[in-house]
Design a protein around this ligand. Structure first.
Ligand code: ADP
Ligand code: MG
Length: 321
């Protein structure tokens, strides 16, 4: 680093200088943004015949990520995890607000954070349209994402919800699960190491194009953030069904550690159901990791495991409280 750049980054900087320097330029733009950073609120113009989809996600240092992880990795993960909720609804990203609580305004850290955030934002094509910056004891990052869902020709919503599964629908997962959970010991031991499973932890794939293609095809959908089995329970409850899942069919990052894979969080694969396996088979040409894991049945609301893997327990998953 040159002496000049080093000087610029070496001091703690004020709130408005911080926003101007690290969050006002080089992010992707959105044609729908009327007013972005710099005013009291953002203004966005919805394209005709669309619905607005919004979600907020908070990440707390030493709860969701190691506080000592490199800032660009923290940013990548924060934005990807938040944008995954848009994918799960079938939406197209438009913009996000960023609320940062920082223990200090270290310019080196912020430059690195902003760098990772820009990279993720460009990949996901999502504009930074506002935020809030405060000082606090602990690093906390809240990301509020929004996007669009086109209405169908009858002006009905095409949102992929958790409640639409029907008895007889096949259950699918968008790809192998467990890598992010299996990465945890490595991530905690050496937060800067992004080899192996840590890739899945810091750079979870956001299944935006699959989510969009599932409009009108999936009967229910969600992203897996707290473990496949626990999250499957959410679809079961919302749809009032038994989800019969065969653990043998689930592709795990490490088949030797199946229990951890099925109950560990952080993967952000899509879990969905469909009454239309032929259309899903066509989609599998483009998304070959999509695989069947079970079937929806009438019966008591919940998840039942079938097949020989009786050592797997269906109840556990991540919960903050
Ligand atoms: P207000 O006091 O009206 O809430 P602020 O002074 O907090 O506004 O913020 C000034 C502008 O900078 C606003 O447009 C706000 O959206 C934006 N902003 C603040 N913090 C961030 C951030 N971390 N990332 C992006 N934009 C931010
Ligand atoms: Mg104001």
């Amino acid at each position: 680093m040159s002496k000049k750049t080093d000087d610029v980054l070496s001091t703690n900087i004020g709130e408005f200088e911080l926003i101007r320097r690290f969050f006002c330029s080089d992010f992707p733009s959105s044609p729908d943004t009327v007013i972005a950073i710099g005013d009291d609120a953002s203004v966005v113009k919805p394209p005709p015949n669309t619905e607005l989809v919004q979600s907020i996600d908070t990440q707390v240092a030493d709860v969701h990520f190691p506080a000592t992880a490199p800032a660009h990795l923290i940013a990548q993960r924060a934005l990807r995890c938040a944008a995954s909720d848009l994918a799960a609804m079938g939406a197209t990203p438009q913009g996000f607000h960023l609320a940062l609580t920082l223990p200090e305004s270290n310019a080196h850290w912020l430059a690195d954070f902003s760098d990772g955030l820009k990279k993720a934002a460009h990949e996901l094509q999502i504009a930074l349209i506002g935020g809030d910056t405060t000082r606090g004891k602990q690093l906390v990052i809240s990301v509020a994402v929004q996007g669009w869902l086109a209405l169908d020709s009858n002006s009905t919503s095409q949102a992929l919800t958790r409640s639409g599964a029907q008895a007889g629908d096949v259950i699918y997962c968008s790809g192998p699960i467990g890598a992010a959970a299996l990465a945890l010991p490595q991530v905690l031991h050496n937060p800067a190491d992004i080899s192996g499973f840590a890739q899945a932890y810091y750079f979870p794939k956001v299944h935006l194009s699959l989510g969009q293609k599932l409009q009108g095809v999936a009967s229910s959908c969600m992203d897996i953030s707290d473990g496949l089995l626990q999250d499957a329970g959410h679809i079961a409850r919302a749809s009032g069904l038994t989800l019969e899942i065969d653990p043998e069919k689930i592709q795990c990052a490490d088949p030797q550690q199946k229990q951890q894979c099925l109950t560990g969080g952080d993967d952000y694969q899509l879990l969905f159901t469909s009454s239309n396996p032929d259309t899903i088979a066509e989609l599998q040409q483009q998304f070959p990791a999509v695989h069947q894991i079970g079937v929806c049945k009438k019966g008591p609301t919940g998840v039942i495991l079938t097949g020989p893997s009786s050592e797997i327990t269906a109840t556990s998953g991540f919960s903050h409280f």
